[in-house]
Write a protein that binds this ligand. Structure first.
Ligand code: HEM
Length: 119
């Protein structure tokens, strides 16, 4: 049987450290870091971990808000979306995740575009 994307990413420990590094990358990214200045980074890390884990086929139970609600009032634009996605792809590469898996994650993120932009 084909392994889930979650398993191919390396399972729970890997997904958790990838989530941590994604939040760090966003906090350091000049295009988007101001968006994260007043938020609880530890809580965001937990939510990103569980969202990412659940969305790739893991047992994590995401307890955060749905995407339009979480991004409501931010009026995010395409440039910010690309910057955020670039952070994720860079972190995956730094974690040794192969191109096939990176493309799968990219497709998932892109499919959520209309749930986060201009809300
Ligand atoms: C496909 C793209 C995206 C996904 C999958 C995503 C995912 C998430 C998730 C899972 C949360 C946690 C929700 C919660 O706390 O209940 C969150 C919160 C947040 N996201 Fe995104 N996000 C995306 C795009 C973006 C972009 C482009 C930005 C800004 C550049 C952004 C900024 C934020 C901020 C600031 C929060 C914290 C909101 C708060 O605590 O009030 N997100 N996002």
């Amino acid at each position: 049987m084909t392994k889930s994307l979650y398993e191919r990413l390396g399972g729970a420990p890997k997904v958790a450290s990838i989530a941590r590094d994604i939040v760090r990358a966003h906090l350091a990214n000049p295009i988007i870091k101001t968006r994260f200045e007043i938020i609880d980074a530890a809580k965001l890390e937990t939510n990103v971990r569980d969202f990412f884990g659940m969305g790739t086929g893991g047992p994590e139970q995401y307890q955060g808000r749905d995407m339009p609600t979480a991004h409501k009032g931010m009026n995010l634009n395409e440039r910010e979306l690309v910057a955020a996605i670039d952070d994720v792809l860079k972190v995956l590469e730094q974690h040794g995740i192969g191109e096939g898996e990176r493309r799968e994650v990219l497709a998932i993120l892109y499919s959520l575009k209309n749930e986060v932009l201009f809300k």
